[in-house]
Design a protein around this ligand. Structure first.
Ligand code: GRG
Length: 300
């Protein structure tokens, strides 16, 4: 985690290890039938990625004093939805890519039909976990968490954002249109990560949930702005996925819309607004603040 302090780095590593352990335990074993499907699910999920959504979930859980066990289940569910979206996004009918997290994409390593089913099954497993394990103080809160994640993943969230993205290829978008797309495609799941993490602990005042939600919305957009800059300026080796694709595919991005320097400045401003809304939480929001720094300063 370049550019971050060593205490944050060891916190992030410990939480990445916790979610890895949870995912390894909760995914179906590779030797259980249908083996090829289970192997593909494990291949796509385990041992890769920055685990930003799980980290946001753990960090938001610190604001509400949530137990680590609950947070690990919620964090695993969030990562499963994220990985499903990556597996489907890489398919030839969508972004058509061969490299993800520094290794061949799921459909290249297995085959298209298996990758499609692996994505489907990862999504189902995410909701199964949130229904099966205790993640909140009350069943009502747990049900609201399930509803929030379902909305965030669906046509009014991530899948809808992907549909807008596909339609926008080759077109020029205005800044508000670009923002609308990313609020759905990337922002909805990042927002869900913070909201689910906070809901794993004691009930917060609605004003405090609004503050966390504001943080999540700003940092979700900042994440995408930085992603656009990295796609334009970094290398395939550093990113572990194909660099420079946005421009080659004629995709509207923050870089194509406002230029690199303005995009960098936007990311900084979004981070400032995000962090500002955490002020009343003091030390309890320390990890969220550090994650905001990491998200905006990241190099991959
Ligand atoms: C197929 C329903 C469906 C949705 C796909 C999220 C998404 C929508 C596609 C992934 C492609 C992409 C560039 C999305 C923007 C969000 C993003 C930057 C994803 C990559 O997330 P990271 O950087 O990846 O957190 P790691 O590998 O670190 O988890």
């Amino acid at each position: 985690m370049p550019g971050t302090n060593s205490d944050f780095q060891s916190w992030a590593r410990s939480r990445q290890a916790l979610v890895e352990e949870a995912l390894n335990r909760l995914l179906p074993p590779a030797e259980v039938a249908p083996q090829r499907l289970h192997q593909a699910m494990r291949y796509a999920v385990l041992g890769g990625g920055k685990r930003v959504r799980p980290l946001l979930c753990y960090a938001a859980g610190e604001v509400s004093g949530a137990e680590l066990e609950r947070l690990s289940t919620a964090a695993a569910a969030l990562e499963l939805i994220h990985v499903y979206s990556l597996v489907h996004d890489d398919l030839p009918c969508m972004d058509d890519d061969v490299l993800r997290r520094g290794k061949p994409t799921c459909h290249v390593e297995y085959d298209e039909a298996t990758a499609l089913l692996a994505g489907d099954s990862l999504q189902s497993l995410a909701f199964q976990l949130l229904a099966e394990y205790r993640v909140a103080d009350s069943p009502q809160t747990q049900l609201r968490m399930l509803e929030h994640l379902a909305r965030a993943a669906g046509s009014r969230g991530m899948a809808g954002g992907q549909a807008i993205d596909l339609e926008a290829t080759g077109k020029t978008l205005t800044l508000p249109e670009l923002e609308f797309m990313h609020i759905h495609k990337t922002g909805a799941l990042i927002r869900a990560s913070v909201i689910l993490g906070a809901n794993c602990g004691r009930a917060l005042a609605s004003k405090d949930m609004d503050r966390l939600d504001h943080f999540a919305k700003r940092i979700g957009l900042a994440f995408q702005v930085v992603d656009d800059v990295l796609d334009a300026q970094s290398t395939t080796a550093t990113l572990g996925k194909t660099a420079g694709k946005d421009a080659r595919q004629g995709k509207p991005t923050y870089v194509s819309t406002v230029g690199v320097e303005a995009a960098r400045a936007m990311a900084q401003e979004l981070k400032r607004e995000a962090v500002e809304s955490l002020a009343p939480f003091g030390e309890r929001a320390r990890r969220l603040r550090e994650l905001a720094e990491y998200i905006v300063g990241r190099e991959f």
